[in-house]
Design a protein around this ligand. Structure first.
Ligand code: NAI
Length: 784
């Protein structure tokens, strides 16, 4: 036998990790498991089996959580909250640190248990899932320690209901529990029904670490248990990771309940290879992008976009690499590809792939084990961008591929999706990479790498991939609420016509709508009179309708260049608006006096504060910096603050000028375009702004103002697929209807039932700027 023969024929011998300790742990602590509530394990109730998907063997029986179980766990978390939230930051940090230490101590047991329950290769559980979970607790021990110093004016939210998926069971638990606890909240967490075991082992760790009773509660069960947590009146915050369909349902079910909500949903993330890429590295990256965890990864690089000139070569090399992937017993340390989580998932993937008749399907010629839930790595080339497999999340080891010619075509195809979770770019041309990265609709972008995660780097999506970030300061912030004083919003009804006939007005003064930088007649052709408190007719305002909102959205979409204007330029425009408002301050004050019958001094003060607020946001326009996350790899993760896009905003009734300015200014300072629906009681305070905006170099479409009924116009904004966020401070709003309507494109909502005093410092600044921005994390290679 020659050396060459040896190299070509030699195979890896099996190197199985022992399951003995993990099975012994199950036998001693189960094999039927109850919940972990108030620091104790409950007796098993009605149970279902959790199985090893690689063999089909039953591992344990898991309790199906009932509504009573959820009640008991929420009660325990509620009881534990006051004491836990009042602990010093240092005391909470020590608890998190203890959890991290114990995760590290029991790392092997966690890894084997995870692989048995989920089917993922032990190499991944051991080297990725468990170390990242530990790192999350260590990092958050630090965030807990620094919380008060770095985030003053914030308090924990309360009991957090957390529902997680089965693809990274312990890691998703860490992503949920660590920030919740670091912020000072208590938790009711439900693991996915296929993979409850590591969450139950974690419950034991909580006991071992001496975590106070009720701070962490684990309730097992299926979607109905999840639903009971999500809709429970005692949970103040819901954090969910899973499918977009369930995320949308959660949005609808929690509408109007006043719960804080973060959703991390599905994706169909593009993996773009330019012709100048290091192809071998890009192919190794693909192995991580789509065959890591059998492709059951929300941010999997599942859509390959390859530049035409290299497509054939790349596909040939990729197929050769696929043929060498090792699939088999997940406990074998030499295995690349393990088992899918459950036969249900296998059936779902098979059904999607089998239904496809387009393109060419290549299945890696790898022998599948006789039993268990295995699926061969698959590549489908030659699909059109509109093909269902290019659009739908397969959530399995199936890569679909298409080609592009130019960078701009790559961006167009990449963004042709309802999702916006992640994207990967491969090119040796740094200029190209950094030109393309901001153009992609993705919350996370990896340059010449893929599927990198770290506790310090924010992770999360746009569009139908959800909202909110996990990881770093941004991930901590969504578990906190501002402590600034607010008052319940009370609606102010429009002033009715006086009983006696008013004096005949002189000139007809009908304020039109303001759309695309021009005054526009309302589509319906109707207007309504506006009366002063003293019974004088002040003018008319147009009654905007659905069509007017659609026109305004179109104008706002068309003004996308505003997002690319520099912060400096946006600041200049805001200062200019302030200057022009200042020049007409007297006129505005008189108008406010006429509209609201407030004292002249108060009206003058409102105008002055509005001018000052414009200055504040002019100042902020180039100072809402992102940050560089300190990640433990040869690279940096740039957490960029970016505008959301088009924001629909319903203005408050009290302080009708200042309230409107307080919403418009932060939105546009950050590069958004806004459609403002002014106070229905005092709309003229906002329509008078048209001339100020006209003379202040505000590009057409950046600020649009549509007068009319806030609820009705708000509903149109909420359902509009091209509106990215909805804010409301309007009085008399049915928040449940508005939020439920926003579920269509899963837009971010900020629908308030209480508001700050608009004249105070709490009515401006970071809270508003956070709402006006989203974080995009861009990972780039850096350093030797
Ligand atoms: P799923 O979204 O149904 O399940 C995720 C979690 O939500 C589980 O704990 C489940 O019990 C719970 N859940 C289900 N219905 C619920 C409800 N009405 N209210 C509250 N909680 C509920 O995901 P599933 O069915 O396990 O997988 C289906 C597809 O979802 C996958 O094929 C994949 O496409 C996608 N998915 C995406 C994930 C991601 O990380 N983005 C993770 C898991 C699944």
């Amino acid at each position: 036998m020659t050396t060459r023969d040896i190299f070509e024929t030699m195979d890896y011998g099996p190197a199985p990790e022992s399951a003995a300790e993990a099975l012994a742990w199950i036998a001693t602590h189960g094999p039927a498991f109850g919940h972990f509530i108030d620091g104790s394990f409950t007796a098993p109730g009605e149970t279902f089996a959790t199985k090893n998907p690689a063999t089909g063997a039953e591992l344990a029986q898991i309790t199906q959580g009932t509504a009573e179980d959820v009640d008991a766990s929420v009660a325990a978390a509620t009881k534990a909250f006051p004491k836990w939230s009042r602990l010093s930051c240092h005391a909470r940090a020590k608890h998190l640190y203890a959890l991290a230490r114990l995760l590290q101590k029991h790392a092997r047991l966690f890894a084997v248990l995870e692989t048995l329950d989920n089917g993922k290769p032990i190499r991944e559980a051991r080297d990725i899932d468990i170390p990242l979970a530990q790192r999350h607790f260590y990092h958050h021990a630090g965030l807990a320690q620094l919380r008060d110093a770095e985030l003053p004016g914030h308090a924990p939210i309360g009991v957090c209901g957390q529902v997680i998926p089965w693809n990274f069971p312990l890691l998703m638990l860490a992503w949920k529990i660590a920030p919740a606890l670091a912020a000072g909240n208590t938790v009711v967490l439900k693991p996915a029904e296929y993979t409850s075991l590591t969450a139950l082992l974690f419950a034991h760790i909580c006991r071992e670490a001496g975590l106070p009773k009720g701070v962490v509660n684990i309730v097992t069960g299926d979607g109905s248990t999840g639903e009971a947590i999500v809709t429970h009146p005692g949970t103040a915050k819901i954090a969910f990771t899973g499918s977009t369909a369930v995320g949308r349902r959660i949005r609808e079910q929690t509408a109007g309940m006043g719960k804080s909500l973060t959703l991390e949903l599905g994706g169909k993330s593009p993996y773009i290879i330019f012709e100048d890429a290091d192809i071998d590295s890009a192919i190794e990256g693909l192995v991580d992008a789509i065959w890591f965890n059998q492709g059951q990864v929300c941010c999997a690089g599942s859509r390959l976009l390859v530049q035409e000139g290299i497509a054939e070569d790349l596909h040939t090399r990729l197929k050769a690499r696929m043929a060498k992937l090792r699939l088999g017993d997940p406990l074998d340390k030499c295995i690349d590809i393990g088992a899918l989580v459950d036969p249900v998932q296998h059936q779902a993937i098979s059904a999607m792939v089998d239904a496809n008749t387009d393109g060419d399907t290549y299945r890696a010629p790898i022998a599948l084990p006789d039993q268990g839930c295995f699926y061969a790595p698959t590549l489908i080339t030659g699909l059109s961008p509109a093909s269902p497999l290019m659009q739908e999340e397969i959530f399995g080891p199936v890569l679909v591929s298409t080609t592009f010619r130019t960078p701009s075509e790559a961006v167009e195809i990449a963004n042709n999706t309802r999702y916006g979770l992640a994207a990967t770019l491969w090119t040796e041309n740094l200029n190209l990479a950094l030109d393309i990265a901001p153009k992609l609709a993705a919350g996370v972008v990896w340059v010449n790498a893929t599927n990198l995660f770290d506790a310090a780097a924010p992770f999360g999506g746009l569009r139908e991939s959800g909202f909110g970030r996990e990881g770093g300061w941004e991930g901590l912030a969504v578990y906190l609420k501002p402590t600034a004083k607010t008052r319940p919003i009370k609606p102010i009804a429009p002033i009715p016509a006086p009983a006696a006939a008013p004096e005949a007005p002189g000139l007809d003064r009908t304020a039109k709508l303001y759309i695309g930088g021009k005054q526009a007649r309302p589509d319906g052709g109707y207007s309504t009179p506006i009366w002063s408190r003293r019974g004088a007719l002040l003018g008319h305002v147009g009654i905007g309708n659905r069509k007017d909102i659609r026109n305004a959205v179109e104008a706002a979409r068309g003004a996308g260049a505003w997002a690319k204007a520099s912060g400096h330029n946006r600041a200049q425009v805001l200062y200019y608006i302030a200057e022009n408002l200042s020049a007409r301050a007297g006129e505005f004050a008189t108008r406010l006096g006429d509209l609201t019958a407030c004292q002249p001094a108060r009206a003058r003060a409102e105008v002055e504060t509005a001018i000052e607020r414009l200055f504040s946001y002019g100042a902020w326009a180039d100072k809402m910096d992102g940050r560089i996350a300190n990640v433990p790899i040869r690279g940096v993760a740039m957490a960029m603050r970016e505008p959301l896009g088009v924001i629909g905003a319903l203005a408050p009734d009290d302080a009708p000028l200042l309230g409107a300015v307080s919403l418009i200014a932060p939105a546009i300072a950050m590069g958004n375009r806004v459609i403002l629906v002014p106070s229905a009681a005092y709309p003229l305070a906002a329509t008078d702004l048209y001339q100020v905006l006209d003379t202040s170099d505000v590009p057409g479409g950046v600020v649009n103002i549509v007068t009319g009924a806030p609820q009705e116009l708000g509903q149109t904004l909420a359902t509009h697929a091209d509106v990215d966020a909805l804010w409301s401070f309007a009085g008399g709003i049915d928040a449940a209807r508005l939020e439920a309507a926003s579920a269509g494109n899963l837009k971010r909502t900020w629908v308030n039932t209480a508001a700050p005093d608009w004249s105070g410092p709490e009515a401006e600044g970071r809270v508003f700027l956070d709402q006006a921005t989203e974080v995009r994390t861009i990972w780039v290679p850096y350093g030797a």
